[in-house]
Ligand binder design. Structure first.
Ligand SMILES: [Cu+2]
Length: 162
């Protein structure tokens, strides 16, 4: 009986010490990492997050790793002169001191390529954000309601039958 107490304690610690949805590391606040639920047949998905740097020094998001996709890259969507939107790979995303950088639909995003499984609303997707200064930060992307036409879905009533 004696052994149960330390064991339970260890379980509680590991539960509370588990991955967090958002995270605070050093001067960086990582806010609501989210992936709008992609279509069931989708091979790719986009992840979004806001990052506030309230420190005196710049940092840079230089990579993302997740088991949810074969590859995760940083992308930016840009409207070309012809009105056609294209996505460009970014080597890194600057995080200037005192600013909040927002990855959002129509702009910068984490591109998940080669999804390794389905992503369903409400699911939490573990990932590692890699910063030049702050290093590797474990977060969980929350799968949000599906987006439509590049806009976040306003509410759950907008869903179809699935
Ligand atoms: Cu992309």
């Amino acid at each position: 009986m004696k052994f149960l107490i330390p064991l339970l304690g260890a379980l509680l610690i590991s539960a509370t010490g588990a991955l967090a949805h958002g995270a605070r590391v050093g001067t960086l606040e990582i806010i609501h990492p989210a992936i709008p639920q992609p279509a069931a047949t989708a091979k790719t998905a986009a992840g979004y997050v806001a990052i506030t740097n309230d420190g005196p020094q710049a940092d840079r998001l230089i990579g993302v790793e997740t088991a949810a996709a074969q590859m995760a890259m940083l992308h930016v969507t840009q409207a070309g002169a012809d009105g056609v939107a294209t996505m460009t790979h970014l080597e890194g995303i600057e995080l200037p001191p005192g600013e909040t950088v927002v990855l959002e639909p129509g702009g910068m995003h984490v591109m998940l390529m080669g999804l390794t499984g389905s992503l369903t609303e409400g699911q939490m997707v573990p990932a590692t954000l890699i910063f030049e200064q702050a290093g590797r930060v474990e977060v969980e992307f929350m799968v949000d309601p599906p987006a439509s036409a590049g806009k976040p879905a306003p509410d759950h009533s907008a869903h179809g039958g699935n």
